[in-house]
Design a binder for this molecule. Structure first.
Ligand SMILES: *Cc1c(COP(=O)(O)O)cnc(C)c1O
Length: 406
């Protein structure tokens, strides 16, 4: 008896690619002596810094922890404000609040979702500006908007720069005479922050990394990651040293409040193996995006991919289309539900953060029309390294069908 044809596998909007060699690397750590902070954390940090072209990389427990550590390392706190594009994941703004600083939400370009220097300038001009101490640009979807120009404006206004590069692992950009710069090299930022959450381009399960070229920041990041403890430069000589002025072997000191945001050798074993696969994953994502661009051209102008920023070679973390749902006459929720019925997962990245009740209560209403125009139209389609080109075609067909028949 013939049953219904087998339905094709569900396509989530993103998923990890973990192979037997990744499993073996984690298992090897589990059989060894170090489960917490051991040699694999150091090896991962060294490899990550080398890959990004930065002097230092500090691994920690999540991208959110990485953002918090960056805010701590800069000494941001009450009385300070941090400029953050409203079109981002919650954690970018929350990091400022964790240290007691306030958030200055900026607008973004309607067709890329990226904060450009003009948006930062407008936000600074619309506020007193004096207390704004840092800017956290977000490389949304895996592309960036002129980090060189952003750094120039930041220097002019004496702002520290922390790039939220959680989407942009492996991306590069052109910097005038500076040639091609990898995101994370911190050529135009004090620090760059990455997430290795399972949905990101490479994963360590849960995990984050901060890159920097500043040894002082590296020292502070490592200190705040580990309870704020130090093993030198002691302040309390009576407790720290014995009668002969030698440090007591047990003695550790906590000059400032820190956290346990450490990454483990277990997680870093996975991260190290995945790092070696980054170029391959990036190439696979690129090929899939090219295919999407081609097959979705038939749905223009109702459906368009996000605009490409000049000078950036992205690694797409998300494949986002902007859909004129009004012109199509089908609401976004209906389109998402119809796609789900056909085994296709989609998501909206992101609701502008200033609309979240917590921030709306704190800062009131904003007029950020670029973010509103992006949010109204955006939809993230499935994109992950192990997708097939035939999956892309299936998504495009299903999207065409979902947009028919109001
Ligand atoms: C994923 C992500 C984060 C947070 O990373 P976690 O590892 O999930 O804590 C922060 N910012 C952006 C833009 C992200 O995509």
């Amino acid at each position: 008896m013939a049953g219904a044809p087998p339905s094709p596998p569900f396509l989530p909007y993103g998923r990890q690619a973990v192979d037997d060699d990744d499993v073996a690397a984690v298992a090897a750590v589990l059989r060894g002596d170090w489960l917490t902070t051991g040699p694999t954390v150091a090896a991962f940090e060294k490899a990550f810094a080398a890959k990004m072209g930065a002097r230092f990389a500090v691994a920690c427990s999540s991208g959110t922890a990485a953002l918090h550590l960056a805010a701590l390392a800069l000494g941001l706190g009450p009385g300070d404000r941090v400029a953050v594009p409203t079109l981002t994941f919650l954690a970018t703004a929350n990091a400022a609040r964790y240290v007691g600083a306030e958030v200055l939400f900026t607008d973004v370009a309607p067709d890329t979702g990226l904060m450009e220097p003009s948006h930062l300038r407008a936000a600074l001009e619309g506020s007193s500006g004096e207390d704004v101490k840092a800017v956290f640009p977000v490389h949304l979807n895996g592309q960036c908007a002129d980090p060189d120009a952003m750094a120039g404006l930041a220097a002019e206004r004496r702002l520290k720069v922390v790039e939220d590069a959680c989407h942009a692992l492996g991306a590069t950009y052109a910097a005038g005479a500076g040639g091609t710069v990898p995101v994370g090299a911190c050529r135009h930022a004090d620090m760059a922050v990455f997430s290795l959450h399972a949905v990101k381009t490479i994963t360590m399960g849960e995990g984050g990394v901060i890159t920097t070229n500043d040894p002082g920041l590296e020292e502070r990041l490592k200190r705040f990651r580990n309870h704020g403890m130090v093993d030198r430069a002691f302040q309390n000589a009576d407790l720290a040293f014995d009668g002969e002025g030698k440090p007591n072997p047990w003695y550790r000191e906590m000059p400032e409040l820190g956290y346990n945001y450490r990454a483990s050798d277990i997680h870093c074993a996975l991260g190290l193996g995945q790092l070696g696969k980054l170029d391959g994953f990036a190439a696979a994502r690129h090929a899939l995006a090219v295919r999407y661009d081609r097959v979705l051209a038939a749905l223009a102008p109702t459906v368009r991919p996000v605009a490409r920023t000049p000078g950036c070679s992205p690694v797409w973390h998300l494949y986002v289309v902007l859909i004129d749902f009004k012109a199509a006459g089908v609401p976004r929720a209906t389109v998402m539900n119809r796609l789900r019925e056909r085994g296709i997962g989609t998501q909206v990245h992101y609701l502008p953060v200033h609309l979240q009740p917590y921030y709306a209560k704190r800062y009131g209403e904003h007029s950020l029309p670029g973010a509103a125009a992006y949010y109204e139209r955006c939809l993230s389609l499935p994109l992950f390294a192990r997708m097939e080109e035939t999956d892309v075609d299936r998504v495009a067909d299903a999207l065409a069908a979902a947009l028919e028949n109001p």
